[in-house]
Design a protein around this ligand. Structure first.
Ligand code: ZN
Length: 517
């Protein structure tokens, strides 16, 4: 029998139970503490080693600009800056800066790292990770072309040492596209990501990609699954610019794969031919979300594509010193200035072949930016002042391929600083200049001229110790009219068959041609 009075809504048992549940969830939500932030450690240890260069890279080089530091999370740019940006955007993530070495002095002009230096910094990183408390993941911003005496594949070895300390949490690595790596690194790390542009415009973007995959992986939404291939091709850096063919098409193909499979990360490193190491040469590294078949398919395709393009990639020729300088003079006489001469093969920074040839051919309004000569910089800085006449021998001492010292009779135009080092400008002849620096300076932007009081408009020919990086500040900004890559003698030649390799496999194209001849 139905009671006269309306039943309370709440008296319905189903509704009552539902309300109870809702209340419990609400209280849980309000009272439960925030989900504990993820804790991700970040470290860096990065070097591109020119093993043919004469001077080893020691602990003193790594600490010239200061001791190792935990203060590595400050920049909003680069591999770590990009990683941090995404973590900040997503929120709820604590990044822990791990004690890491700074840049080594002279960068890529340094030869083999000493075993002591490698052990010291990988040891510091591991020790700091051990003391970092609970960690959910480790991000390592590496280079991939480090060469260490007694340690064949140092990046893989570093990750293995880190793994011993942190256990089975995700370890993710970013690399420069000059990396020489193979499957050992992929077996040690959970995922590897490599930039796609040279000049290196996309370091921030690849840091961002690494962060997204790291966070998804830690939350169980992604299972990194890698495939690695070595196409068997080795190329000089000067042919690797991604604004030129076929480097451009190789990276475009990787991007097409990534568009088709947005969960896949398709990386190619062209390698660094001036490190005489067993894993030298190009490498393809593909990361997918738990799809080994897809990773293998993409890696096979990319590797085959690089192999098919090997002749266009590794078999180009460049003008030698005399011819290249004559080309530069012709361009300058036609008013196609400024002309850039890329002295691409000078890996130590003190080579004088092009300076000598410019003087011999009567060039005017040229500037060598820069010539490495620590002694000359010291002598001028201590004994001279701006405006003083000077006769001094410069360059030709940085390695046995650096040519002859050249005597400059002129005056000291200025004594200043560029970057972290001192710089001296000498002016001589027909409005010619040489900028002297104590270490190799790969000038990538024209800011050096304004910093040292040189007007760009006063320069017809600029000689840079750079291969492709300079394009960022000089060519991609539309600043220069002519670029001439000159194959002067040096430890970074375009013809790799001239290098006395001991560890690089002779089966790599084009080194295998030498054998067949
Ligand atoms: Zn690089």
């Amino acid at each position: 029998m139905k009671s006269g009075r309306k039943r309370l809504w709440l008296n319905d048992p189903t509704r009552y139970a539902f309300l109870n549940f809702a209340a419990v969830f609400l209280v849980m939500g309000l009272a439960a503490p925030q989900r504990a932030p993820l804790r991700i450690a970040v470290a860096t240890f990065s070097h591109e080693t020119c093993t043919f260069c004469p001077e080893p890279t020691t602990v003193a080089d790594w600490e010239f600009y200061g001791p190792p530091t935990r203060d590595i999370l400050r920049s909003g740019q680069g591999y770590i800056g990009g990683f941090k940006k995404i973590c900040d955007e997503i929120g709820g993530i604590d990044l822990i800066g791990i004690l890491s070495p700074r840049d080594s002095r002279g960068g890529s002009s340094g030869s083999w790292l000493t075993t002591e230096a490698f052990d010291k910094y990988s040891g510091l990183i591991c020790e700091d990770l051990k003391n970092a408390g609970h960690l959910d993941g480790v991000f390592l911003a590496l280079h991939g072309a480090m060469a260490v005496t007694g340690v064949p594949k140092p990046e893989a070895e570093l990750v293995r040492r880190v793994r011993k300390v942190v256990g089975q949490i995700p370890i993710m690595v970013t690399l420069d596209l000059h990396a020489n790596e193979d499957r050992e690194l992929a077996e040690a790390a959970n995922a590897v990501f490599i930039i796609k542009r040279y000049p290196h415009y996309d370091t921030t973007l690849i840091g961002e990609a690494a962060a997204r995959v790291m966070i998804k992986t830690v939350r169980g939404l992604y299972k990194p699954t890698m495939a690695v291939r070595k196409p068997g091709v080795i190329t000089p850096s000067v042919f690797q610019g991604t604004g030129t063919s076929p480097a451009m098409e190789i990276m475009e193909r990787a991007r097409i794969w990534e568009c088709e499979y947005p969960d896949a990360y398709v990386s190619v490193a062209f390698g660094f031919a001036y490190a005489d190491v067993p894993d030298a040469g190009a490498v393809v590294m593909v990361v997918t979300n738990n799809n080994q078949k897809l990773a293998d398919r993409i890696a096979d395709d990319m590797s085959d594509y690089i192999w098919r393009n090997r002749e266009a990639f590794a078999g180009k020729k460049l003008p030698k010193t005399q011819e290249g300088v004559a080309m530069a003079l012709r361009a300058a006489n036609m008013g196609k200035t400024p002309v850039i001469i890329a002295d691409h093969s000078d890996r130590t920074g003190g080579s004088t072949y092009i300076l000598e040839e410019l003087i011999r051919q009567g060039a005017k309004k040229f500037c060598i930016a820069t010539l490495r000569d620590e002694n000359a910089v010291r002598e001028i800085s201590t004994k001279f002042k701006a405006g003083d006449p000077v006769t001094i021998s410069v360059g030709g001492t940085s390695d046995r391929y650096a040519g002859n010292p050249v005597t400059i009779r002129g005056k000291v135009e200025s004594i200043g600083k560029y970057g972290r080092d001192s710089a001296v400008v000498l002016v001589f002849g027909d409005d010619n200049r040489v900028i002297l620096t104590p270490v190799l300076n790969q000038v990538t932007s024209p800011t050096i001229f304004s910093a040292l009081g040189i007007k760009l408009a006063d320069l017809d020919i600029i000689v840079l110790k750079s291969r492709v990086h300079f394009r960022r500040g000089f060519a991609d900004t539309g600043l220069v009219k002519t670029i001439i890559e000159v194959d002067a003698p040096g430890w970074g030649p375009a013809d790799l068959s001239t290098l006395p390799y001991k560890n690089v496999p002779s089966t790599l194209y084009p080194l295998n041609l030498k054998k067949e001849k």
